[in-house]
Design a protein around this ligand. Structure first.
Ligand SMILES: [Zn+2]
Length: 283
């Protein structure tokens, strides 16, 4: 997610202040202006290859830790779903594209570039008569950004509940100000239904203030939602996650219950997008 440096916690901008040599090395890459790389792969639909759902997460991070939650969690979800759908026995009627965006933290630069460069290519067969569609028509965009931590608001003394709160949930947000807000709202509730049916531990809640992630550049072109551990504007914005953009965003900072919330987000999107894309299993 994008944000100015929060100023909370230990120094999250001074590389020399990171005492762990391995983490210094991990965070040594500079952020130059100029072109950056992104990656995607596509499950080509058998009935409608010319239409697709987009399942995304950003792969860049900040804070001088491991960016485990923001956004290793979303990246892992996208890669795991791509692995499942890549099985030749799994067929889908419509296409699904799995995308890892770059430069989200610097202002959604990767997803904006994708929209700018590819919005006009949608649904065009290239070359003509080939049956190939480099950019299938967008049917929905589902973004994943921070999926592990839902411990509730900080206590009066500034400390945090050490485990997931009993009300922990997956937050599915759309944006009321989007041109396609009604379509996005419907998409959000389809994913909430999928959560009820396929997620094993944690429920989902729908909210209407999707913000600060890579679904934003898409939201006037296609129904767009984000899945998160908390509501971005209200809860993460109010300091519910003490590891957000901090050197403590490390895999060792999260428990099995935290990772299980991420698993439930994966189950939600797997079930939701499989239904929407028309999945079937070959004998
Ligand atoms: Zn993020």
């Amino acid at each position: 997610m994008t944000s100015a440096t929060t100023g909370r916690g230990p120094d999250n901008t001074n590389l020399a202040a990171q005492p762990d040599a391995a983490l210094r090395e991990l965070n040594a890459q500079s952020v130059p202006p100029g072109p950056r790389q992104e990656v995607y792969c596509t499950k080509v639909g058998t009935g409608h290859p010319e239409e697709m759902y987009i399942v995304g997460a950003h792969m860049d991070g900040r804070g001088l830790g491991e960016a485990a939650d923001d956004n290793g969690s979303g990246t892992a979800l996208v890669m795991e779903l791509a692995r499942i759908f890549s099985d030749p026995a799994v067929q889908t009627d419509r296409s699904i594209r799995f995308v890892l965006w770059n430069n989200e933290e610097g202002g959604l630069a990767g997803s904006r570039a994708y929209v700018d460069q590819r919005v006009s290519l949608q649904g065009k067969e290239e070359p003509a008569g080939s049956g190939r569609y480099p950019e299938p028509k967008w049917l929905g965009m589902i973004q994943h950004d921070m999926l592990l931590w839902d411990h509730g608001m900080p206590r009066a003394d500034g400390s945090y509940n050490p485990e997931q709160r009993s009300e922990a949930d997956v937050n599915i947000e759309f944006q009321t100000n989007a041109k396609l807000a009604d379509e996005a709202m419907k998409l959000a509730f389809r994913f909430r239904d999928a959560n009820e049916k396929y997620a094993t531990d944690y429920p989902a809640a729908v909210g209407h203030h999707m913000t600060n992630t890579d679904s934003t550049p898409f939201m006037d072109h296609v129904a767009s939602i984000s899945l998160r551990e908390n509501e971005r504007g209200m809860q993460i914005g109010a300091g519910w996650n003490p590891h957000y953009h901090q050197p403590t965003d490390l895999y060792s900072s999260y428990s099995d219950k935290d990772f299980r919330l991420g698993l439930n987000a994966a189950q939600t999107t797997l079930g939701g997008v499989a239904q929407l894309a028309g999945v079937s299993l070959k004998d």
